[in-house]
Write a protein that binds this ligand. Structure first.
Ligand code: ADP
Ligand code: ZN
Ligand code: ZN
Length: 701
């Protein structure tokens, strides 16, 4: 027998798999082996077993080692599919689904033997020790060893789980209301579902009960959440209800914890995996249900290679094919069919709305109304806060302010000659961070001291334009008497900074939480009575077809934070576009109307979900080179059936690299992906494009 192995290397040039002779150790699809490769040794994954090989016997080598942990074959198939689907390589895709590195931790465990105690001479200390068994030997090892020598105690190593911190939340037992029950009845039939319900409408209760039903059927469950630090409530409620059968997977875990949690799932000791996007690769046994909470969240898209979308991967795991055909039709046939997908959101993506069967929770539990939204016209305003906002901040004890822009001011410009300070590596403005006395690039991290005067004309008049979270924090501190808590990437770089800051805000009797979109995630602060979107235009003006969707989502999510307690609440939206359809829809919490309008617009423009997008970015340090490569790719991709090609179009220079992009709008996804893969491979193989790097993004966000 022959093992077909993909060595795990990042280069795109090796076209595996390669054949190896089987070692003595048992090996199957999913085994992780160490293989000699050229002059080096690499880890590789067995993706197939075969009877014959073209490799001559004298050149056929054997893996030198086989790892204890292996991948379930389903994850091998999943990785190979991802490699194709996202124009990546099998090795890169396999690297994403690999078990975490580590080894089980053991400890010495002491237990009584059958030997009788009566008549034995024992000190009081020894008797106490014996009465305490069985337990880990710990510091008493020496004393226990003496008892072992007398045959009274047995000491053996035994596996010990490194358990991640648990955050169980109060988990009241509730009776599902009629809409929740209807949703559960539908979900019980299997298939892929969108659970649309405003924040506080009881979606999590539906997930919990659907998970309980799956466990009862003997199935395992995966629950995806946007980010553990920002969604401790959801994780805590799963832990509270299901206890140790929940495994938490996320990057902030220690290596040992991650390893143990993965192994518990693989062994079937834990049946529920919960975590951010990479938890979609959890080795859950008898997988029956995948839940995606806050399905609209941008964090489900991975920005490395392969640029996978956990929502799309979840569909594959549920239906076995990426387009959800089988799962999607299950709700029509009425019979339970295989696995189930439940995607929940208060602000679903138009894609999910269009493609998934919809279940609705139409109001908040207890009929508590959503907070009213007031739109404040900022045209001609001088101050970053509208007078109405300032009045409201003065009268409410606890408020959340959202400003999707970090730093002090967006850009610096010389009043005398007009010079603007830009990143030397990227063609973007440098943002002032006053506390650090630096201007910084938000794309590459470049930093330089704040200029005292213009280096072009010498003028000391350097103007600071626009306001970010840092400046807003300072202004609020100066104007109001309550503590201000700033939550953005600058204040939360340290590990555990996010939960610590949120805890301080939660326990403060009064205060303002100011920050980027992080403040709008699923936090639950019952005493927050005011939400303010300081500059709704910041997201609305973004040159992206998702700008409307994002803006609507942000306003709605913020509204979900305000008025959760008995005192109710309200939301203020500052904008210079008070009549924009998105703002108007958000002001009346009209998700249905918003998505309908958005789908109409997308249909007219031929955007997702009516076409699939593939974005190819070519980059190089020399100007001109990316454009030439992109032109070639555009030409080739245009040959794919049903594909329309946009570009090449220049992108701003990033990290010193000039960039050019091509966007393919596809109506036959598989054909277009294949055509792009081909076009990129051809271009990458040509000498004149040697200096060009290619990145392919299927379903860009
Ligand atoms: P969502 O996930 O949609 O934000 P949750 O499931 O967290 O909503 O529910 C909001 C609150 O209402 C929670 O405190 C939950 O315990 C409670 N709740 C949910 N369903 C019911 C119900 N049927 N009866 C009473 N309380 C409920
Ligand atoms: Zn100047
Ligand atoms: Zn830069």
């Amino acid at each position: 027998m022959i093992a077909r192995v993909h060595p795990l290397t990042t280069t795109r040039r090796l076209a595996g798999p390669f054949d190896y002779a089987l070692p003595d150790a048992p090996v199957g699809v999913g085994s992780i082996v160490r293989v000699p490769f050229g002059h080096q040794a690499l880890d590789g994954v067995v993706v197939d077993l075969a009877d014959t090989t073209d490799v001559p016997p004298d050149r056929l080598v054997t893996p030198t080692a086989v790892r204890d942990d292996s991948l379930p074959p389903e994850l091998v198939r999943l990785a190979l599919w991802m490699a194709d689907e996202y124009c990546s390589t099998p090795a890169r895709a396999l690297s994403l689904v690999l078990p975490p590195r580590g080894r089980p931790r053991t400890e010495l465990w002491a237990a009584r033997t059958d030997a009788p105690l009566d008549g034995k001479r024992l000190t009081d200390g020894q008797r106490a020790l014996l009465g305490d068994l069985p337990r880990a030997a710990g510091r008493d090892l020496a004393a226990l060893r003496r008892l072992e020598a007398r045959g009274l105690v047995a000491i053996e190593p035994r596996g010990r789980r490194r358990a991640p911190l648990t955050l169980p939340r109060p988990d009241p037992v509730v009776v599902p209301n009629a809409e929740q029950q209807a949703a559960l009845d539908s979900i019980a039939r299997g298939g892929a579902w969108l659970l649309h319900g405003v924040t506080g409408s009881g979606k999590t209760e539906v997930y919990l009960r659907a998970a309980a039903a799956a466990l009862q059927r003997g199935e395992g469950v995966i629950v995806l959440v946007p980010e553990i630090a920002l969604t401790p409530q959801t994780v805590g409620r799963f832990q509270a209800r299901f206890g140790d059968t929940v495994a938490v997977l996320h990057s902030a875990l220690g290596e040992g914890e991650r390893y143990d949690e993965w192994r518990r799932l693989r062994a079937g000791e834990a049946r529920v995996a919960i975590g951010p996007r990479s938890a979609v690769f959890a080795p859950v046994r008898e997988l029956g249900l995948i839940v995606i909470d806050e399905e609209h969240d941008a964090s489900y898209k991975h920005e490395g290679d392969p640029r996978y979308d956990a929502r799309h991967v979840a569909e594959w795991r549920v239906s076995g094919d990426a387009h959800g055909g089988r799962a999607r039709d299950a709700h029509r046939s009425g019979a339970r069919s295989g696995r189930t997908l439940v995607c929940g959101s208060a602000t679903p993506r138009p894609e999910a709305w269009h493609r998934l069967a919809r279940l609705t929770l139409s109001e908040r539990v207890g009929s508590r109304p959503l907070p009213p939204v007031q739109v404040l016209d900022m045209r001609g305003a001088r101050h970053p806060l509208h007078p109405e906002t300032r009045r409201a901040l003065g009268s409410e004890r606890k408020a959340i302010l959202l400003l999707n822009r970090r730093g002090w001011s967006n850009f610096l410009a010389c009043r005398a000659c007009g010079k603007a300070w830009e990143c030397p590596q990227c063609d973007v403005a440098l943002v002032l961070h006053r506390a650090e006395r630096a201007i910084a690039c938000h794309h590459c991290g470049h930093r330089e001291p704040v200029p005292e005067r213009c280096d072009a004309c010498g003028s000391p008049a350097v103007a600071r334009h626009g306001a970010g979270t840092e400046r807003l924090e300072a202004e609020l501190n100066a104007a109001l008497d309550v503590p201000v808590f700033r939550l953005d990437a600058d204040t939360t770089a340290a590990k555990d900074a996010v939960p610590a800051l949120l805890d301080r805000f939660a326990s403060a009797p009064a205060g303002l939480l100011v920050g980027t979109q992080m403040v709008a995630k699923g936090h639950d602060f019952p005493d927050v009575t005011l939400g303010v979107v300081v500059d709704a235009d910041a997201t609305l003006r973004f040159p992206d077809f998702r700008a409307e969707e994002r803006t609507f989502g942000l306003i709605e999510q913020l509204a979900g934070r305000a008025g959760r307690g008995p005192r109710g609440g309200r939301v203020l939206v500052q904008t210079t576009a008070p009549d924009a359809a998105t703002i108007v829809a958000a002001a009346s919490h009209d998700a249905r109307g918003f998505v309908a309008g958005e789908l109409e617009r997308r249909r007219a423009l031929d955007y997702p979900p009516f076409a699939d997008l593939i974005r190819i970015v070519c980059s190089a340090t020399q100007a001109g080179a990316p454009r030439a490569a992109a032109g070639e790719i555009a030409e080739r991709a245009a040959g794919a059936p049903g594909a329309a090609v946009l570009g090449p179009a220049p992108l701003f220079r990033l990290r010193g690299r000039h960039r050019s992009q091509v966007v393919v709008k596809a109506h036959d996804r598989a054909a277009a992906v294949a055509a792009v893969r081909d076009a990129v491979a051809q271009a990458a193989g040509r000498r004149e494009h040697r200096a060009v790097a290619f990145s392919v993004d299927v379903d860009p966000q």
